[in-house]
Design a protein around this ligand. Structure first.
Ligand SMILES: NC(=O)c1ccc[n+]([C@@H]2O[C@H](COP(=O)([O-])OP(=O)(O)OC[C@H]3O[C@@H](n4cnc5c(N)ncnc54)[C@H](OP(=O)(O)O)[C@@H]3O)[C@@H](O)[C@H]2O)c1
Length: 257
């Protein structure tokens, strides 16, 4: 692993995807943090060895779904901790990464589908609420340039709702639809219907609707600006070195009980 500077020196950080919307915001956040130092900014086509040459201890990956797994594999191979916000990770990809990390003692990777603290809380609250309602659906809304659908956050929220329902012994959500040739009921993830909206002007938004007899309970989170993700990115960078192995979800570093 890269030699770690003394505990009083700022932690050396590289950003992959530095010219992108999220990457540029992360570069600014790292530069403004007194305990961190931005030592490398990489874009598409840049040689990853720049990360180790710059002595980065942690790399933040905010690139594209097609590049992130390869980037993280390289970082772990070279003993660099990784904080990953790029979405599009599959279960298979996570399993391969877990296996790789088993042989990379002390290296930590955080894969965070959402760095916004409120979105992380909404996922946890959704798991609790899911135990008490027959119906649950997710609507995720993002800007028109987002490459993948549904969002990683929606997938994780669906999984959390499914866990809550299973814990309460609830079966399938009630739904009498017999005819839906156009797919109007949306995707079904872990038994939960997920609807994806892509709209200019939006950043990242999620609504989780629960329905019971005579009532509705709605959880909503809105990221109006990418700056909303930066406290979570910085928390990830500060904590990842103390959490070897794979952590999926920023809640792994938060004390949510
Ligand atoms: N976890 C969260 O909280 C969160 C929040 C928002 C977004 N995201 C995710 O973060 C990722 C980035 O989002 P964004 O909106 O910033 O996208 P973006 O503006 O398209 O930025 C992606 C950047 O990565 C660059 N890139 C592509 N391949 C690369 C590689 N192999 N190495 C280094 N850089 C590479 C791109 O360069 P080119 O322009 O040359 O292709 C671009 O500058 C997406 O997966 C998005 O879904 C996560």
């Amino acid at each position: 692993m890269n030699a770690s500077p003394s505990s009083h020196s700022p932690r050396r950080v590289a950003v992959l995807g530095a010219a992108g919307r999220m990457g540029a915001a992360a570069c600014r956040a790292v530069e403004e943090a007194e305990d961190l130092e931005l030592v490398a900014r990489l874009g598409r086509g840049d040689d990853l060895s720049t990360v180790t040459e710059a002595g980065a201890e942690v790399a933040i990956d905010l690139t594209v779904p097609s590049a992130t797994a390869g980037n993280v594999r390289w970082l772990v191979d070279h003993g660099v901790h990784a904080v990953v916000g790029t979405t599009g990770w599959t279960e298979e990809g996570l399993e391969e990464l877990r296996t790789q990390l088993d042989g990379a003692e002390g290296v930590g990777v955080l894969i965070a589908p959402n760095f916004a603290i409120g979105a992380v809380l909404a996922m946890r609250f959704a798991e609790i609420a899911a135990r008490y309602y027959d119906s649950a659906e997710i609507i995720e809304m993002h800007h028109e340039k987002k490459l993948d659908a549904p969002s990683g956050t929606a997938r994780h929220t669906a999984a959390a709702i499914a866990r809550g329902r299973a814990a309460a012994g609830l079966g399938a959500v009630p739904d009498a639809t017999e005819h839906d040739p156009e797919g109007s009921r949306g995707a079904v993830i872990d038994g939960i219907h997920v609807h994806a909206v892509r709209q200019r002007g939006l950043v990242a938004h999620e609504v989780v609707q629960f329905g019971g007899v005579g009532e509705q309970f709605v959880l909503r989170h809105d990221s109006f600006d990418r700056i909303s993700f930066m406290p979570g990115v910085l928390l990830g960078v500060r904590e990842v070195v103390a959490h070897p192995g794979l952590t999926v979800g920023l809640d792994g570093y938060m004390d949510l009980g």
